[in-house]
Design a protein around this ligand. Structure first.
Ligand code: ADP
Length: 491
């Protein structure tokens, strides 16, 4: 590959503050999606390794949860500085390991640094409130406490930020964590975080990282779900996997936060500024080659603007530079793996077989799948039904934005949505009727900031990431009362 790899990417688990190989000694090759080269070997962990990590996190909890706020704050501020200092290295690693181009790499880095700086303040968040009581002489309190060990399962597509948000809120609130990154991103979604936080002063055992070979996530996930020491699990990934985890979590009565798939609409009203609408749609559909859960998957355009929009949008899509993610000019880099590329190809061909027309792209260019615009996609096509993780978007003409909302809501998923209109008040009215956890008016759907309530409705998940909301998800509230004088009882 063109860019040098400035890092040796052999990675191990990180357990109790120590770099540790898998108990079995097994490893698996971590391949670059662009070149196919082996970047290094990663520990192929199993249930036993996971148990070791859980035990380490459990033992670290009493100390970390009682660490003074100033000390916890210092760790996160140090980590933010270290991550910033290593920007070049991190961007190169993201490109090599996950095919992430320069722009999306800087988006991830910026998010992660802000996340750490904001998390530094969580240590000083009020730890509860006083509650009025009708029992004379009783003082009542709601006391917020960290839960203990939190498990975090993260995907590869925005490996740095999605693993970062999975661990940072829980840790900053005083929990300890076992992180299972994706098998596609053992470094940028896993051991990189351990390196940074360890160097920043996080005590041994507070964060543990377990990696595993492709196809072996189940053993790690099942162990995390079954362990009584793990009090919460957060998961970011696809709806089918999230559903399986939630079913198992139910058996163990374990609370989970789920951030799952999206089938996100972008609605263009007839009074929209055409240039802005096209710019927004190109960015929202094709950032990171369409491999972001918030990407626009369906674009609905009100009829008067439909021809002009569709023509300009498809022409822009057809010209997007495609290729090496290490080249800063590249917009469409490689698809994460051959399986994902084959799925894109199959779904596009299936839609075409059912009558869809290809306005741009439509043929794989391995390891890339060029920006592809489809229209006339029938509802029964798989691409219309479920999230298709890549640079493929469907454009549809509608008679009204209200019809677009009805069509957009006619899906099981509800993550992000956006509306482009010259009348922002109408945009807000439409936003209120969209069944989505996130709606942006006069923007495209791919946005995130660490403090925002990020999450979906319907089959896009439960709960909210976002540091202001982390306390709801990763703490327990204990009702405590205290009296100074004896109480009189009726018997
Ligand atoms: P994606 O399409 O983003 O890879 P997945 O839902 O397959 O979506 O993967 C997201 C995360 O879920 C990854 O870390 C993956 O290893 C993990 N995962 C996949 N299957 C399981 C499972 N059975 N149990 C626990 N984690 C799993």
């Amino acid at each position: 590959m063109a860019a040098a790899q400035p890092w040796t990417a052999n990675t191990t688990h990180f357990i109790a503050g120590t770099w540790t190989p898998a108990t079995t000694g097994r490893t698996y090759p971590n391949r670059s999606p662009w070149s196919g080269h082996i970047l290094g070997h990663a520990a192929a962990g199993d249930a036993e390794d996971t148990e070791r990590a859980i035990t380490a996190a459990h033992h670290a909890f009493p100390t970390w949860s009682r660490t003074r706020p100033a000390e916890r704050q210092r760790v996160f501020l140090n980590a933010a500085d270290l991550l910033e200092q290593r920007a070049t290295h991190v961007l190169a690693a993201l490109a090599a390991e996950t095919g992430c181009g320069h722009h999306f790499g800087t988006v991830q880095l910026d998010f992660a640094v802000k996340l750490l700086r904001q998390a530094a303040n969580l240590a000083y968040r009020p730890a509860g409130e006083l509650l009025p009581s009708d029992t004379d002489g009783t003082q009542a309190m709601a006391v917020r406490k960290p839960v203990g060990v939190v498990a975090a399962i993260a995907p590869w597509n925005a490996s740095l930020t999605l693993s970062g948000r999975a661990i940072t809120g829980p840790l900053a609130l005083g929990n300890t964590v076992v992180l299972k990154p994706s098998e596609e991103a053992p470094y940028t979604g896993g051991t990189l975080w351990a390196e940074i936080l360890h160097q920043a002063g996080l005590p041994a055992g507070a964060l543990n990282v377990i990696t595993h070979a492709p196809g072996e996530a189940g053993a790690v996930g099942d162990t995390l779900l079954a362990s009584p020491l793990v009090k919460r699990l957060n998961f970011t990934g696809s709806t089918p996997t999230g559903r399986r985890l939630a079913e198992k979590a139910g058996r163990h009565l374990k609370r989970v936060v789920l951030q799952l798939s999206g089938q996100n609409p972008l609605i263009v009203a007839a009074d929209a500024d055409l240039t802005h609408a096209v710019d927004a749609a190109v960015y929202g559909a094709f950032i990171h080659q369409g491999q972001v859960c918030m990407c626009a998957r369906r674009i609905y355009v009100e009829r008067p603007l439909a021809d002009a929009f569709t023509e300009r949008f498809a022409a822009r899509a057809a010209r997007l530079p495609t290729g090496d993610p290490a080249d800063p000019a590249t917009v469409i880099g490689p698809v994460i793996n051959e399986w994902a590329l084959a799925l894109l190809d199959r779904r596009v061909k299936e839609a075409v077989g059912l009558g869809a027309r290809v306005l741009a792209g439509g043929e794989p260019a391995p390891p890339c799948y060029p920006a592809t615009v489809l229209t006339d996609v029938p509802d029964e096509a798989e691409i219309a039904q479920s999230e298709t993780f890549g640079a493929v978007v469907v454009v549809e003409t509608v008679d009204s934005a209200e019809e677009a909302v009805a069509r957009a809501n006619h899906t099981d998923l509800g993550l992000a949505a956006s509306i482009i209109t010259g009348d922002s008040r109408r945009g807000l009215r439409l936003a209120a009727t969209l069944e989505a956890g996130i709606v942006h008016v006069n923007d495209q759907p791919v946005n995130d900031e660490p403090q925002m309530p990020f999450g979906g409705v319907k089959d896009s998940g439960w709960g909210r990431f976002g540091l202001g909301f982390a306390a709801e998800e990763f703490c327990e509230t204990q009702w405590v009362t205290v009296r100074d004088d004896p109480r009189t009882y009726p018997f």
